[in-house]
Design a protein. Structure first.
Length: 328
């Protein structure tokens, strides 16, 4: 097996036992269920030297502060701290509840983890994080309370190969996370147990995405909308009323896959071609408990702020406010 992880019962945490990896096989045990998940492994860089600078009491304080910072970020992004492993953590996205946006959410969480941990200091000693992320099939054995799969080992190898402050992802995770991020191509990284190495990418930052609809499409061309003449006419009428000073709200509802986003995009394009100013914001499934998250994304985009390492940073807040005033 690649690595056994025992399912815990208290607070979502687990006791873990890592066994020798055998990445040459991807067979799923016949008594296990295959599930798709994204695995995030984070580890404190140069931890031995860091803890050597502290006495036992301060070392314990640093460990607690590190775990609090990690747990806060993971909870906010809907992941699960599956196990604390010494000076690191094993985190799952898309398990036990499957989520289409698990890879994207894991990458966002990885970037924020790096920033959040940098603010952790005890006795003037700080820490840096390395993050590795891999997406794919894992085996779930509920009878013996085990998780297994090569993705655990890949995430471990990627974080170990990265430098402090890096978030390193597999080719598959990059593809599944769509165009929401900017990357540096690391090529094939040498990794123990992988003769051909691992194709890896370093996540540099969130991309300056103005439309989740476009970012989720590898092909940015928009095909002609067919069979939606009535809906397009109503959008045109709504825009005409707005131009005449009558505020209008259009609500598009329907089952997944019916083309709601495409219709909304068509409405925005109509306004843009007619000289209107459009502001596009999108919700995310992982931010269901943060109703103002889309507004925050819009403000950071307008202020050209790629990432806020500390939400209490007054200078960035003022910068965002000035950008909004100039726009409005």
């Amino acid at each position: 097996m690649f690595g056994n992880f025992y399912l815990g019962q208290a607070s979502g945490l687990t006791e873990t036992v890592m066994e020798n990896a055998n990445p040459q096989s991807q067979r799923t045990p016949s008594d296990a269920e295959a599930r798709l998940a994204t695995i995030l492994k984070c580890d404190i860089a140069d931890s031995t030297r860091t803890w050597a600078k502290l006495d036992l009491s301060d070392g314990l304080k640093l460990t607690r502060a590190f775990r609090r910072a990690v747990a806060d970020v993971v909870e906010r992004y809907g992941g699960q701290v599956f196990a604390w492993e010494g000076d690191g953590a094993l985190i799952l996205f898309g398990f036990p509840d499957a989520r289409e946006d698990a890879p994207e959410t894991a990458v966002r969480a990885g970037l924020e983890l790096v920033h959040a941990v940098r603010s952790v200091r005890v006795a003037d000693v700080g820490i840096n994080l390395r993050v590795g992320i891999s997406s794919g099939r894992i085996a779930v054995d509920l009878v013996n309370r085990l998780l297994d799969g090569m993705e655990f080992n890949i995430a471990e190898r990627l974080q170990a190969a990265g430098k402090p402050g890096w978030v390193v992802v597999t080719d598959g995770t990059k593809r599944l996370a769509k165009n929401f991020f900017e990357y540096d191509d690391l090529g094939l990284l040498p990794a123990k147990g992988f003769d051909q190495g691992l194709r890896a990418w370093r996540v540099v930052r969130e991309a300056a995405v103005t439309s989740r609809f476009d970012a989720q499409r590898l092909d940015k061309t928009h095909s002609e909308i067919v069979g939606r003449d009535s809906e397009l006419a109503k959008l045109a009428d709504a825009w005409s009323e707005a131009k005449n000073g009558k505020g209008t709200v259009v609500l598009l509802t329907g089952d997944p896959g019916l083309g709601k986003s495409r219709l909304a995009k068509a409405g925005l394009d109509l306004a843009s071609r007619d000289g209107g100013t459009t502001l596009e914001i999108d919700c995310m499934p992982s931010m269901g408990n943060s109703p103002l998250f889309p507004i925050g994304v819009l403000l950071r985009r307008m202020a050209n702020i790629h990432h806020i390492a500390n939400e209490a940073d007054t200078r960035l807040r003022k910068r965002a406010a000035r950008a909004v005033l100039r726009r409005g």
